[in-house]
Design a protein around this ligand. Structure first.
Ligand SMILES: [Mg+2]
Length: 253
């Protein structure tokens, strides 16, 4: 899709009776950093989402692989933006906990991952309520990092769902992904049109469930099933600011 057709798709979603705008967080609203607790967040993108969330018949969501508590702290959003963490397993105001069996599986895979990264500085295992995530972004030797990721993919822990992303392998105790969350949200909220922006492999689950009246926007390079594309997080800001401004104009017409 060239810029002209992205423009015209944006023009059409803005006119949807009920519009839901969903954005991924890392690589989409925030840029990457060596310290994942200190990523540079594009405040203008957050503000545009907050504005959209305050309009009638318009919803704004940040849907991230991060756990909900971290997502809340890093995004610092107002209540008008719904936060959804762990790829859809954790929603704002809906406290959910893994079962004892899920916790056992998570602990077991966490131990195996920690064995795998022993002696490899920079590799880390992140614990989230429903996930254990291997990170190799900070491993200086890229080949070594890739090898650790491959070894993790060979673990095949029982009863766990595996997904990959940029320098990560993630093990999930639940089968929720961004696609299943978006599908559920669409029917719960009766949304006519959904715009979803994301940069990573896990966002493809979301792009895949979008329908004709929806618009998926891939951030950056790489294969995608999304119809639209922007180059980087600043491209995301431009789209979100435009949606906020033109949705406001449309609703007052
Ligand atoms: Mg991302």
């Amino acid at each position: 899709m060239d810029n002209t057709s992205l423009d015209s798709r944006l023009d059409s979603v803005i006119q949807a009776p009920r519009l839901l705008v969903i954005s991924d967080f890392d690589g989409t609203i925030a840029d990457f950093a060596d310290d994942p607790e200190n990523v540079p967040v594009n405040r203008a993108s957050i503000e545009a989402l907050e504005t959209l969330g305050e309009f009638p018949d318009t919803g704004a969501v940040i849907l991230s692989g991060r756990d909900l508590a971290t997502l809340r702290r890093l995004s610092g959003t107002r209540d008008s933006v719904e936060l959804v963490g762990s790829h859809g397993a954790e929603s704002t105001g809906v406290p959910v906990e893994p079962t004892a069996a899920q916790r056992q599986r998570l602990d077991a895979v966490g131990r195996r991952l920690n064995d795998l990264i022993a002696g490899h500085p920079g590799a880390a295992v992140e614990s989230k309520p429903f996930h254990r995530v291997l990170h190799t972004r900070r491993v200086a030797d890229r080949e070594l990092g890739d090898r650790i990721l491959r070894e993790a993919l060979e673990l095949h822990p029982e009863g766990m769902h595996v997904s990959t992303g940029k320098c990560i392998v993630e093990f999930s105790a639940v089968s929720v992904n961004k696609g299943t969350w978006i599908t559920g949200a669409k029917s719960r909220g009766n949304w006519d049109s959904i715009v979803f922006l994301g940069d990573d492999v896990t966002d493809e689950d979301g792009f895949r469930v979008l329908g004709d009246g929806d618009l998926g926007i891939k951030v950056g390079d790489g294969d995608t099933v999304a119809a639209g594309r922007v180059p980087d997080t600043d491209g995301v800001r431009i789209v979100l600011e435009r949606l906020a401004a033109e949705r406001a104009a449309h609703l007052t017409r």
